[in-house]
Design a protein around this ligand. Structure first.
Ligand code: IPE
Ligand code: IPE
Ligand code: MG
Length: 248
């Protein structure tokens, strides 16, 4: 049995979903939430930060081990500069304002995506928040920043190619575990549940590799309206899903 098959046959994980260890959310619909209220888009993003705060707290209370939030995609640079500025400003404020509460609540912060391309002050805020919370173990909050799954795979492929050219690896021996080890999510448990809010039914370049056997959930709720009950409902539904991983 090759490694890919062995991994796709996790006897203990097959069957009813139980409780998800790793939940990821595509936080979508901030702009539409604002538009419905005749408010500027930034008002939706501000309420989106509130929804993220609620969801992080709820995830800890509900026993979710890892919560991954898609905050800024590698394609979101296509938005107007003013909106990108608003989003970066909110990110900066979130880290400054919330780091104490997160640290005290036992949250470990992680970032996936090419976040070093963000402005230097944000990079250093993130780095110090990661260092400060590194020993926490109640919940891991993963923020996807300047994240694109294709970019993540391209970076992994470049590192394989560099190692192959230098004679450090034999391309024929590369297996799926080696690929996973070079993804941004290498130290995280497998993705169990992927939720997208706002009614859109696409992945928008999020966790394409990791979603291979994740349960997908598309809810109509706009992200600023998402709350503890919505998360609890999603977890309840996950528990009813039958997971097969290709087996029976
Ligand atoms: C999600 O809300 C937030 C980010 C992508 C940063 P949107 O800004 O995409 O909201 P809609 O999709 O326009 O409603
Ligand atoms: C996905 O939402 C990215 C984030 C939530 C950060 P988008 O609103 O950018 O996705 P598309 O453009 O509708 O696919
Ligand atoms: Mg959107």
């Amino acid at each position: 049995m090759n490694q890919a098959v062995a991994k796709a046959d996790p006897a203990s994980a097959a069957g009813k979903g139980g409780a998800p260890r790793h939940v990821a959310i595509i936080m979508d619909g901030n702009g539409r939430w604002a538009k419905k209220r005749l408010l500027p888009r930034v008002a939706g993003h501000k309420q989106g930060v509130e929804a993220a705060r609620r969801t992080v707290r709820a995830a800890g209370d509900l026993g979710i081990e890892v919560l991954t939030l898609y905050a800024f995609s590698s394609e979101n640079w296509r938005r107007p500069a003013s909106e990108i500025g608003d989003l970066m400003g909110l990110l900066r404020r979130f880290i400054i304002d919330d780091i104490d509460e997160l640290a005290e609540a036992g949250v470990r912060l992680r970032v996936i995506g090419d976040y070093r391309a963000l402005s230097p002050d944000i990079v250093s805020l993130i780095d110090s928040a990661i260092a400060r919370t590194a020993e926490n173990s109640r919940t891991t909050l993963v923020i996807a920043l300047n994240y694109g799954a294709q970019d993540e795979l391209v970076r992994a492929i470049r590192s394989f190619a560099a190692d192959a050219v230098a004679g450090r690896i034999d391309p024929q021996t590369i297996n799926d575990a080696d690929v996973e080890a070079r993804l941004d999510t290498s130290d995280l448990p497998p993705l169990d549940l992927l939720i997208r809010t706002s009614g859109e039914k696409r992945l928008s370049n999020f966790l394409l590799w990791q979603a291979a056997y994740a349960e997908l959930m598309f809810v109509d709720t706009l992200w600023p309206d998402f709350d503890r009950d919505a998360l609890a409902a999603a977890i309840g539904q996950f528990g009813q899903r039958e997971r097969r991983f290709g087996g029976l």
